[in-house]
Design a protein around this ligand. Structure first.
Ligand code: ADP
Ligand code: MG
Length: 323
């Protein structure tokens, strides 16, 4: 794996993105699309970093710019200390990208796919790792099969091996588990975790929030081409640890009661309150007891867990409120 050059300070992030803008030009009647609206983001070295966001947020655009597959409109990206415009070659050598779309020449074998890719990156024959990579992704027995005969999961694993032929210090995976079954997902995450343990900085996009929660030390969320959160996962999950309970009371409420057990209380009907509480600090039982302490009798209770949709809505509106 390439070592950072001596000119870099230890504080240099694995990836540094500044004011990144991408506008897709208008074409065939479709208007121009501002897909990235000035994103600035650092990916620290050594961890697993999650890049989340709803469909169309701009995740693939950002990754494809790093991969050199999409031209940015403006802004800068440094990968492992190398500006991708001024030092394109070292930038490219420092990153391996697993794209969202699976594309292989169906007539090449997995071994050939890796050898060809190594050739494209100018990896000397003696330094090639095709066999080792095939072992790592559990495809040694498919070494000489046609790529078209591989299952979807095998193709995903081959794509990861392909992204690693030049031993980049940074690996980026764009939705590697979208539409993949549970068992294969587990295998992919083992593989990613293993690479990370060996020192590879990993960036991945996914819209499975639980998955990101388990794997990533830090999570950035983009929405409509804007960065709306970038926090250690613990903090972000804390923001999602909210539960909502709706209670119907025996009589009309003069004013919504305040209580340390509630993080938010809203009167949605004259006799109905919607109370948000933090599940690490309170419980449904404590919330109900508090309401009774305020002198009300409870006639009906419903609770719900915030889902991913809530989290995005919550984060988007929260950030807009603060702005
Ligand atoms: P994500 O990966 O987060 O789902 P994308 O980066 O694929 O989002 O897309 C971001 C926005 O840019 C979307 O509105 C999408 O329709 C648009 N977009 C993506 N690729 C192109 C393209 N080649 N030409 C025009 N618009 C595009
Ligand atoms: Mg995408």
């Amino acid at each position: 794996m390439p070592e950072p050059s001596a000119t870099e300070s230890a504080a240099e992030p694995a990836i540094a993105i500044r004011n990144l803008v991408k506008e897709y030009a208008a074409q065939r009647g479709a208007p121009a699309k501002l897909a990235l609206k000035g994103i600035s983001l650092d990916v620290p070295e050594g961890g697993i970093f999650g890049l989340l966001g709803p469909n169309g947020a701009g995740k693939s655009t950002l990754i494809n710019i790093m991969a050199g597959m999409v031209m940015k409109t403006s802004g800068t990206i440094r990968i492992w200390g190398h500006d991708i415009d001024r030092d394109h070659r070292n930038g490219k050598l420092s990153i391996g990208i697993v794209p969202q779309e699976i594309v292989f020449d169906p007539f090449f074998t997995p071994f050939e796919v890796l050898e060809n890719q190594a050739g494209m990156y100018g990896v000397a024959r003696a330094l090639r790792r095709s066999e080792e990579l095939l072992r790592a992704v559990h495809l040694s027995d498919k070494r000489d099969a046609y790529a078209r005969s591989l299952s979807g999961g095998m193709k995903r694993r081959l794509l990861i091996a392909k992204a690693m032929v030049h031993s980049p210090p940074v690996l980026v995976l764009d939705e590697p588990t979208a539409g993949v079954d549970v068992e294969l997902r587990r295998q992919l995450w083992e593989l990613v975790t293993e690479l990370n343990r060996e020192g590879v900085t990993v960036v991945l996009t996914t819209h499975y929030l639980e998955e990101a929660e388990q794997l990533c030390e830090r999570i950035a969320i983009i929405d409509h081409g804007e960065l709306i959160a970038n926090k250690p996962t613990r903090e972000l999950v804390g923001m999602m640890r909210e539960k909502i309970v709706r209670v119907s009371l025996d009589r009309e409420i003069a004013a919504p009661p305040a209580d340390p057990a509630f993080s938010k209380v809203e009167m949605i009907e004259p006799r109905t309150l919607e109370i948000t509480y933090h599940r690490d600090r309170s419980s449904a039982g404590q919330v109900l007891a508090a309401i009774q302490r305020h002198g009300y009798a409870i006639e009906d209770v419903t609770t719900r867990e915030p889902d991913l949709e809530d989290v995005f809505v919550q984060l988007t509106s929260r950030v807009r409120e603060q702005a």
